[in-house]
Structures are given as structure tokens and as C-alpha cells.
Design a protein around this ligand. Structure first.
Ligand code: BDR
Ligand code: CA
Length: 284
């Protein structure tokens, strides 16, 4: 039987790839998207979630509007969060559920539900603070000694450091950090083979990466980093990523640091195999 999956998300170009991967994977039953501010503000991330579901022919999947906050990555994801191409996705006849996001989790988490959190962790932390336990929580975020917002802080954790701290301390998450996802490049050959509507969202992101070569990855091929899809792959097929337990905490900047909280961290994967899995699922 398919595993129930809820994705907490701030679409976001790599979020779009992650959502499509889940929607096209029979191992999981995509039950909802809960939205959060992040790459852009909440109104846009919510509108993008609705449009993506319409494109994926999954208007049956409810969208629950979560926590607002400032958008912080328009330079990577475009002013609309989808590379300036959100308008190319169909309108969704459904509207957002009026339900509060914490109440939604309280009402809909079953013992076998997996939650993949691929944006700032504000919604997840609010739920934890309300006493809700996530049976299996996969989080894209953080970097061990590296960052993409500051030298040490990754965007999702940096955007709400307090929430990230709550999740690390209380959420028992599987953390999928930058150290791994920066090695997972959807290159131009990949993008040429998958759903062209998704590939068409990637222009701004590709231009950003080309203009800002990471000093550690100056030989990186042209393409995009599919951070969120890597985390969602682990939600879909447990064991896709190799995990090891680390003692961690979050500092005031939102950086992952050594600490006393035992957290499973994804350290490695067979990227050629995962790339092929994604390419097959995302082809139309
Ligand atoms: C994370 O930040 C966002 O920009 C991406 O969507 C991803 O969730 C990578 O640091
Ligand atoms: Ca994201």
C-alpha cells in the first residue's frame, strides 16, 4: 500500500521538481501540500503549489496555507518563485483549504504518514510546539560547516533559525543537508529529458548558478541543484540516502553546529542511480 505523504513547501523551482517526483511515484499517496514563506512570500508559494498540482493533474490534493514571512530567494527562483514562468502553469480550480496548518497536521497525521519539509521550518515547529509528533520527518536543510546564505547557514534553516532549532531538538528529523544536495546536479542533459514544463521553470536558476560559481564547485556542469527532490526521494523510497547519526544543534544564525541532539543526517547517495530514478519519474 502506498505511504501517505505530506509535503511542506515553498515553491520554488527545486520544490516543483520534488512535488512532481512525489505526484508521479506510486510508492506514495500525496495527501496534501502545506505551504510556507521562503523562496518568495506565502501568497506566491501557495499560488505556485496550486498551479503545480493543476499541471500534474492532481487538483484532488489539498493545499493548506501555512506561515507567512518574507521571500528571500527571488534571485535564484525568480520574482514569482518559478523562474518567471508560473503563468505557464494552468490555473487550479480548487482553492486553498481554510484550515489552520497546525490543526491540519493534528487532524491528518496517521502513524504511517511521512512528512517532507522542503522550506523554512516554521509550520513544522509550530506543530511540534503544539505537541504534534511526526512519525517520519524528512527535512531538506542545513549544511555541515557550509552554507548558501552565509558561509555557515543554509537557506531553509537561516530563514527561521528558531524553528530549525525546534525541529533539530524535538522533531527527530532525517536531515538532508547541502553537503549532499550540492552534489546532486540536474544537468542540461537531464533537463532535456524530463517534462519540458518543469525544465522551462529553470532558466533563472541556471543563470544564477552560472553567474555565481561556488568556489568548491567551479567545475560544476550547467544545470540546477535539485536539493528538495533529493529529500523527497528519501521520503518516497526509504534507504535511497545513506544516513549517519550526528550530535547537532542550531546556532542563532541558523547554522547547523555540533551539539547534544542526536540527528540522522544524509551523507551520501548513489547519485547516478538517483538521477536515473528522477529522470524516469519526471519524464512525460
Ligand atoms: C533550499 O533553499 C531553497 O531555496 C530551495 O528550495 C531549497 O529548499 C536549498 O538551500
Ligand atoms: Ca524549498
Amino acid at each position: 500500500m502506498a505511504t501517505p505523504l505530506i509535503i511542506d513547501t515553498d515553491p520554488g523551482v527545486d520544490d516543483a521538481f520534488a512535488i512532481a517526483l512525489a505526484a508521479r511515484s506510486p510508492e506514495v499517496d500525496l495527501r496534501a501540500l502545506t505551504t510556507v514563506f521562503g523562496n518568495v512570500g506565502l501568497e506566491l508559494t501557495t499560488a505556485n503549489a496550486l498551479r503545480l498540482l493543476a499541471h500534474l493533474k492532481r487538483t484532488d490534493v489539498p493545499v493548506v496555507k501555512g506561515s507567512p514571512g518574507p521571500g528571500g530567494a527571488a534571485d535564484v527562483h525568480g520574482e514569482d518563485g518559478l523562474g518567471g514562468q508560473a503563468h505557464t502553469l494552468p490555473e487550479n480550480p480548487e482553492s486553498v483549504k481554510s484550515e489552520d496548518v497546525v490543526q491540519f497536521f493534528a487532524d491528518h497525521l496517521t502513524p504511517d504518514t511521512v512528512v517532507a519539509a522542503i522550506g523554512p521550518l516554521t509550520n513544522i515547529a509550530k506543530a511540534l510546539d503544539a505537541g504534534i509528533m511526526f512519525p517520519r520527518l524528512v527535512v531538506m536543510g542545513g549544511g555541515l560547516g557550509i552554507g548558501n546564505m552565509t558561509l555557515r547557514a543554509e537557506f531553509n534553516f537561516w530563514a527561521d533559525a528558531e524553528a530549525a532549532r525546534t525541529v533539530i531538538r524535538k522533531g527527530n528529523p532525517i536531515v538532508v543537508p547541502l553537503n549532499l544536495t550540492q552534489r546532486c546536479i540536474a544537468d542540461t542533459a537531464f533537463l532535456a529529458n524530463v517534462d519540458p514544463v518543469l525544465s522551462n521553470l529553470t532558466g533563472t536558476y541556471r543563470e544564477y548558478l552560472a553567474a555565481n560559481p561556488d568556489q568548491n564547485h567551479s567545475d560544476r556542469p550547467e544545470g540546477i541543484l535539485v536539493h528538495d527532490a533529493v529529500a523527497v526521494a528519501e521520503a518516497i523510497v526509504p534507504g535511497t540516502l545513506q544516513l549517519r547519526t550526528h550530535g547537532l544543534d542550531i546556532d542563532d544564525e541558523g547554522a547547523l553546529v555540533e551539539g547534544k541532539h542526536q540527528v540522522e543526517v544524509a551523507e551520501d547517495c548513489d547519485w547516478p542511480a538517483l538521477r536515473a530514478f528522477m529522470e524516469q519519474r519526471l519524464s512525460v
